[in-house]
Design a protein around this ligand. Structure first.
Ligand code: TPP
Ligand code: MG
Length: 333
């Protein structure tokens, strides 16, 4: 397995990151429809909360670059970039978020309950729980000896949940093919990591479980790609789990509509220069021989995919209220 991404892998990673960014730009616009000037959570085409992963795209694109269709991915409440990187059907995902009958879950779950069994992707709004579910997939893969690995994506806040300890303890004991990706964006809603977490690096917790731990600084797609390659290799070789802690940046608020009064001004200023997508684009042009035309074609392709998904969702019928109890109760015999 290549630790240094070749041209095709770089193109694929850029495409994935670009698609995720394009998608979330659209999502923010659509979510705010009907909600401005007065923010009202139930107004407009998308009800409920909306969490964007703008800025965190490399975590998903560079990790999922190593996965095959048989591998499992579980994401948290900030799931769009990960769903896209695992190949979830964009049209049906958008319809789900819009509450349409053509959605992945018939429009019942919405943005925080995205699930696409066809590509072995699911998500949960319960903080930290993605790791527990991924641990279950890893146990199944281990028992079935099918060579699959499971990746659970959580935030640094999720790493302080009990499920983190329980899952990593057993996964390490049983040498399960599990990768725990921690997207460390420094914030759990408005709580800074240094106010919630006793140690600086969550990857250091690996020593408590006897598993591997890797820390990747600066949201760097190349470094994430290399560390993820090692983690997947270990998992497939039966060497057990890896905690892969990635220092990333949340460029938007915790949810759309969060004015972030708690983020220091100098951090907001710094963020302006920490956009991994712009940095990657610059590096592809200056260090990797990509042309501006090539990247513009990828950008246009991503925009077209998003436009198609938006059209599909808006043209679909809403989930029927009469259908609300389907899949919830069974008839008693
Ligand atoms: C068990 C649980 N507790 C609290 C919440 C409410 N909540 C949603 S997101 C969040 C913060 C999560 O922070 P982090 O894990 O760092 O992820 P991030 O939002 O930064 O991606 C909280 C407390 C929840 N969804 N589940
Ligand atoms: Mg966080």
């Amino acid at each position: 397995m290549r630790h240094e991404p070749g041209r095709d892998a770089l193109e694929r990673m850029y495409w994935t990151m670009r698609l995720a960014r394009e998608y979330e730009t659209f999502m923010k616009r659509a979510y705010l429809e009907g909600k401005v000037p007065v923010f009202e959570m139930t107004a407009g085409p998308i009800p409920g909360e909306m969490h964007l992963a703008t800025g965190q795209e490399p975590c998903a694109a560079a990790v999922c670059a190593h996965l095959t269709p048989k591998d499992w991915v579980v994401a948290s409440h900030r799931a769009h970039h990960i769903a896209i990187a695992k190949g979830v059907d964009l049209k049906r995902m958008t319809a789900e978020i819009f509450g349409r009958a053509t959605g992945l879950g018939g429009g019942r779950g919405g943005h925080m309950h995205l699930s696409d069994p066809a590509v072995r992707f699911t998500s949960t709004g319960i903080v930290g729980q993605a790791l527990g579910i991924a641990g279950g997939h890893a146990l199944a893969a281990s028992l079935q000896r099918d060579g699959a690995v499971a990746v659970g994506f959580i935030g640094e806040g999720g790493a302080n949940q009990g499920v983190f300890h329980e899952t990593l303890n057993l996964a390490s004991l049983w040498k399960l093919p599990l990768i725990c990706v921690i997207e460390d964006n420094r914030w759990g809603v408005s709580v800074a990591k240094d106010k919630s977490t006793a140690i600086a690096r969550n990857a250091d917790r690996a020593s408590a479980y006897g598993c591997a731990g890797e820390f990747v600084a600066d949201n760097d797609p190349w470094a994430i790609h290399a560390a993820a390659a090692r983690a997947v290799e270990r998992a497939r070789a039966g060497e057990g789990p890896t905690i892969l802690e990635i220092e990333t940046v949340r460029l938007e608020g915790h949810f759309v509509g969060d004015p972030e009064p708690y983020v220091p001004e100098d951090e907001k200023d710094r963020r302006a220069n920490q956009d991994a997508l712009s940095i990657m684009k610059r590096r592809l042009l200056t260090e990797h021989g990509f042309t501006a035309e090539e990247l513009a074609a990828i950008d246009a392709d991503a925009a077209a995919c998003v436009a198609e998904a938006e059209r599909f969702a808006r043209d679909s019928a809403p989930a029927a209220p009469d259908d609300a109890y389907a899949h919830v109760f069974v008839e008693a015999a």
